[in-house]
Design a protein around this ligand. Sequence first.
Ligand code: ANZ
Length: 841
Amino acid sequence: AESFDFRQLEHKWSAIWEQLQPFTVDDPNDQRPRKYILDMFPYPSGDLHMGHAEVYALGDIVARYWRLRGFQVLHPIGWDSFGLPAENAAIKRGVDPREWTYQNIAQQRQSMKRYATSFDWSRVFHTSDEEYYRWNQWLFLRMYEKGLAYRKDSWVNWDPVDQTVLANEQVLADGTSDRSGAVVVKKKLTQWYFKITDYADRLLDDLNQLEGRWPQKVLTMQRNWIGRSFGAEVDFVIEGHPEAITVFTTRPDTLFGATFMVVAPESDLASELVAGASPEVQERFGTYLEKVQQSSEIERQDHTREKTGVFLERWAINPVNGERISVWAGDYVLADYGTGIIMAVPAHDQRDLDFAIAHDLPVRVVVDVTAPVTGAIPVVTQEMLDSGEVPELDPVATGVALAGSGRMINSGPLNGLSKDNAINRMIELLEEAGTGRATKTYRLRDWLISRQRYWGTPIPIVYDEEGNEIALPDDQLPVTLPPSEGLDLRPKGSSPLGAIDHWVNTELDGKPVRRDADTMDTFVDSSWYFLRFLSAHDDTQAFDPAEVDKWAPVDQYVGGVEHAILHLLYARFITKVLFDLGYLTFTEPFTSLLNQGMVILDGAKMSKSKGNVVYFSEELDNYGVDAVRLSMAFAGPPEDDIDWRDVSPVGSQKFLARAWRLARDVQSEPGIAFGNGDGTLRRATHHLLNDLPGLIESFKFNVAVARLMELVNVARKTIDQGPGGSDPAVREAAETVAIALSMFAPYTAEEMWEILGFPPSVAHATWPSPDHTLLVEESVVAIVQINGKVRARLDVSPSIGTDELRKRALADETISSLVEGQEIKNLIVRPPKIVSIQLAD
Ligand code: ANZ
């Protein structure tokens, strides 16, 4: 017999699909319900890799599933093709970033097609296409009009290797750049920002709508990133300073314990305050500031670090007790959180205590943490005090701040109150006195979008001769990215575009103007791309509202957890902005989210430097597309990492050959009635038809594949050891396998479908409804004997267990009345057929 030849199948069906274009969605009269299934679009950094192999296999299962269920499915693809890697590669190899990018796109596109992804190829776009990025510029202008895009002179995260500005999100936890790995430093620049902080509350509160639909981990990461804290602002008068200075605190209850203030050294306020100090202090401050600027934000937040600082020779007045307290500059206070200056409460805040001890500043305990407060466990217990574990309630002696709850002391009107009550009372008192108010603050910063790089969307702003910014009118769009020829793309802290005189210097309304030479962060491109697919080639608008109405929001989004914060937060933000501008009628872009894990090898992330890279194209060459796709689905729960070492594409291949042989062994015609086919096989088939939808909808793809394998085995038994290939149940099983397999292994499934006598494509088959009479379990009769005589017959499941059968027998009315009051000498249970009871005589 012929053998299963995946290469031949791939060759044959690619050509047919290319002809049929089975996944183009373009029938305006199609009345079926709709699903929008979106996979995160790739960055064209070379050929596809194994991570892509996973995400596009999983996304395709979902898309193909909904098609089988009778939905119109929009499953588009494009390329996220602006950004640094193209430019860096171009610098390294001396090729045009454009050429490099589009060559990679061509290669990925080919691989994607080979991989049998069911995309609508008519909607492809690349974010580096002028036809796309002009709408980034359009979006920028709409945001500018609403005051949501603004320019600000500020400290930015600077990557000294790539010589570019980074968003906070691009600075890793260890303070290095997620691009170059360099330690990120601070630098002052004038930059464009999107005002995402205006949306902080909505971005946070709307996460509740996504509960149960997005991974919990992602929801938590988004919540932490936004980082809302409730507290109070308190105004402090500083002697000799014209206006009051406001601090943010989450603990206004401790205000009586505020014994000094600390300002972030690089803040404008610090320079203002030091201006009046003596020359020595000014000099000391200057030296200190320089040192601070060389350290990363992460280092500065390191709790174990020595608390350095400089006294500014300034005094503030504590608004609640009139005390004069000293004002310091210290680098544990960050310039861009809260107001950049704090009231220090050393008795109850560890960092403040460390600072107080280092600089010999007063410490006053205002919370008695040993006093019992219902529902709160003090950090220092009476037992600890008694046992001498904590010598006394003296933070200076112990070096440990009293962070726990308790009752207020040394705090005038607050004395005796618990923490929560004291917070509320203090806010009332401050509000009455006009020296403070309840407030909240966020970790979230505005989104810095300017990049001093070439390969991105030009910012649609020009400056007149006085340097005033002017937004370009819409009819001046697109601002086209000029060719890179002759440009020095190497990073130098200013945009390469600035060097093109004839591009930078232009005219608006007959007046000379200069273009902004920076380009936009590529996260702008991906913040709204899911809308562009809905009218990908519309050159009159960014997206067509009628199409948006039909398809959006995205029903199922599939992609890597590495985008849990940045991309998803920005896309959510822009969606809300577009809603507010009246362009959309929904506020969350992605109704449901599936994050796949990583593909690793030997427990480690694949990387060229480690030499543990598995290459996508080689795997396809060796095992075939279907075997690789099936292995991705079968490897385990999608959110777990897949160690490619533990995966068996060979095993997948063998299974596919078995499935294919099943179709070949069918000896009946299409349309044959299945009704009197073999009962066991029919029941197996209908159980699968019944169970697979739930498994796919809950992303248990591996379980679904295991069930398919089982069905193929049962069908094989029916052919070889049962009624044979002409039994109608064999055809029914084979058709079911072909349909279900089309989600995982499209080439094999398509071939099976053809062998079974149907025209292509199996992707458009309909999921057969299970026959519920076949789902009821078959029952067998178990007999119950007492002393060798049959006394009862029970209808039981053929798979009944020993314990269950014993219970059922003894619970039977006849049996229990006969057994009652007697001693059972012996009881034999042989499921599912016999229970034999021996009574003592
Ligand atoms: C007094 C106080 C007493 C504080 C106490 C805490 C404990 P979260 O909860 O993270 O929002 N803070 C405010 N602005 C800061 C800045 N720019 N840099 C460093 N620290 C800053 O933190 C809020 C608390 O962090 C604020 O409450 C303030 O210290 C400090 F027993 O005020 B607290």
